[in-house]
Design a protein around this ligand. Sequence first.
Ligand code: NI
Length: 180
Amino acid sequence: MKPDDFEIVELGDPRLRQVARAVDVADLTSALAYADILQYWMDQRGGVGIAAPQIGVPLQMMIIASRPNARYPDAPAMAPLLMINPEPQNLSETHTALWEGCLSVPGLRGKVTRPEGLDVRFYDRTGQSRLLELTGFPARIFLHEYDHLIGKTFVDRVASPQDLVSEKVYLQQIIAAPSP
Ligand code: NI
């Protein structure tokens, strides 16, 4: 199994609409092989997160990897974290709106309102169950990637079609404009 055996699945492909199934945590051998492929494609495309359905693998796995990069210059840095069978809990009642992009939706940005923080129960790469509190940008990445596990993308989450813009307009008109 090597990265070139896979590709980033894009919007309109039915594989992005599948609901992912749980990973058997008793044997993580194949899941960890998929994790390497996910990491490869995330790095290759400069993403800050990726979920297994995005490489056509319908398993409940994702990597979140907040870091400053060309697409998200203000992101806080964290080591890439593999999350297996993640379960969001205690979603905060405070919501924030943020422009999101997606490796599976090239050329488009969408303004999406999501809870500001949450707790996540998940299995790590050693098969250990963990509980982690996420807030701010890492919480945002998690919720975006979690959507991929239930067959959704940010396009499904915008309040109005006017909250979808091209990457060019986003770069030239939105992040260039002073925040209100
Ligand atoms: Ni995405």
